[in-house]
Design a protein around this ligand. Structure first.
Ligand code: GDP
Length: 419
């Protein structure tokens, strides 16, 4: 394994910049710059010199193999936060044969060395990209390894069931068909139930992790862009009274009281002979179709075509239009905060259904385990034993113990350099 380094803090000016070095040569390389290294896990102020050149005076932290984030020998250098200082140190490290780390390489090493499992790595990645409080909480549970604990607990049940099946196969009389103890089926039913519960919460968890989408839809000139701007509290969309001017989708990312929401201002939904506008309309329809919630703006407050689970029908321009149902005016602001309250409560209900499994890779591993466990009392014992092995394998994949090579590049490249 070669020794790698990277700036762990974002590039640019700041109070402090941290450069992290990991690998077998990290201690030797750091010693050649700072003299003797401090005791492990204690920080000391040291002069960093490359030959005669005093690079900086910085805090140095040493971690030893087996008790560092990556599982390797690590040194962290807390420099003054100026790009030239960081660059000078990096140059000194390159001249000592060290290599710049790739995106996510420290975390990848942490995984390969067994310091964290794959579900924890996914949790860390989610934590680093979390934008709202609800996403942070979700990611922290994952990063803290809750899924691994559940997987181990389920695997222990499958291992017990497997042992019971093996015993009954080994001791079976040639003449008498093998008797599988009923406990085996209890254990299987139990594990199946727990996997089903995890899978049931998967879509809600995934949605929260990625952020919700609320599409504002309705005919041209109904007031979609005006509402979008009201919500944004700034002029984001082009507001105009010429039908069909919003040809693309505008997005507004918002932290709605801790929930991540993207509002979409869709193109005016109408038949059009203009090919550019028609494309905009098609895209609007597609995205609105897959949105978590849709705000349908109407003139009279009624819509013949709506899905009560997902749509909220609103009477637009309530200062002008009277009619049925809930009305709002983007001009006076009437009804806008009520709409946001309503959307928030709908999304909060969705968020409350979230659980531990938020990645497709994890859900697929669980589904494989669940499919394997489709056995009953009529199944041949040898098949039951094999089913239990396969289900165990699925749970091992869930936390990345086996069969995850294909996913590693994708997962770790989503991290930034230095993590
Ligand atoms: P869109 O095509 O659906 O995006 O509609 P716009 O937001 O561009 O609005 C079309 C026209 O309706 C503009 O002239 C707006 O000023 C006007 N409008 C939008 N919302 C309201 C409202 O709440 N009250 C009134 N009186 N006019 C509005």
């Amino acid at each position: 394994m070669d020794t790698i380094f990277a700036e762990a803090t974002p590039p640019g000016r700041g109070g402090v910049s941290v450069v992290r070095i990991s690998g077998p040569e990290s201690h030797v390389a750091a010693e050649s710059l700072v003299g003797s290294l401090p005791e492990a896990r204690k920080s000391y102020l040291r002069a960093i010199r490359d030959g005669d050149d005093l690079i900086d005076r910085a805090l140095i932290l040493r971690f030893d193999e087996g008790s560092s984030f990556t599982g390797e020998d690590v040194v962290e250098i807390h420099l003054h936060g100026a790009p030239v200082v960081v660059d000078r140190l990096c140059k000194a490290l390159v001249s000592r044969g060290l290599r710049r780390a790739e995106a996510g390489e420290f975390t990848r090493r942490a995984f390969l060395n067994g310091s964290i499992n794959l579900a924890e790595a996914e949790g860390l990645s989610d934590l680093l990209s979390a934008e709202t409080e609800a996403q942070r909480k979700l990611a922290m549970r994952a990063a803290e390894g809750e899924l691994g604990v559940v997987a181990d607990h389920l695997r222990a049940k499958l291992i017990r069931a497997g042992a019971l099946v093996e015993v009954s196969i080994d001791f079976a009389d040639e003449e008498v068909p093998e008797q599988i103890p009923p406990e085996v089926f209890d254990l299987i039913t139990d594990v199946r139930g727990e996997i089903e519960k995890l899978l049931t919460s998967y879509p809600a968890t995934e949605r929260l992790r990625q952020g919700y989408v609320v599409a504002i839809i309705g005919p041209p000139n109904i007031g979609k862009s005006s509402l979008f701007n009201r919500i944004a509290q700034r002029e984001l969309a082009l507001v105009t009274n010429i039908a069909g001017t919003t040809r693309d989708i505008l997005e507004l990312h918002m932290d709605l009281r801790g929930l991540p929401v993207t509002f979409l201002d869709t193109a005016g939904l109408r038949e059009s002979s203009d090919p550019v506008e028609a494309m905009g309309i098609e895209r609007a329809l597609e995205r609105a179709e897959s949105a978590d919630l849709r705000v349908i703006l109407t003139e009279g407050g009624v819509s013949s075509d709506f899905d009560p689970a997902r749509d909220v029908v609103v009477r637009s321009k309530a200062d002008l239009n009277s009619g049925a149902g809930f009305g709002l005016s983007s001009h006076s602001g009437e009804g806008v905060s009520e709409l946001l309250n309503f959307l928030y409560s709908r999304l909060r209900n969705m968020a409350e259904k979230s659980g531990l499994v938020g990645h497709r890779r994890q859900a697929e591993a669980l589904r494989r385990a669940l499919v394997a466990l489709c056995v009953d009392r009529d199944t041949q014992p040898e098949f039951i034993a094999e089913a239990l092995r396969q289900a165990s394998q699925g749970l091992a994949e869930l936390v990345g113990k086996v069969g995850v090579e294909d996913y590693l590049d994708e997962i770790f490249s989503s991290f930034c350099i230095g993590k």
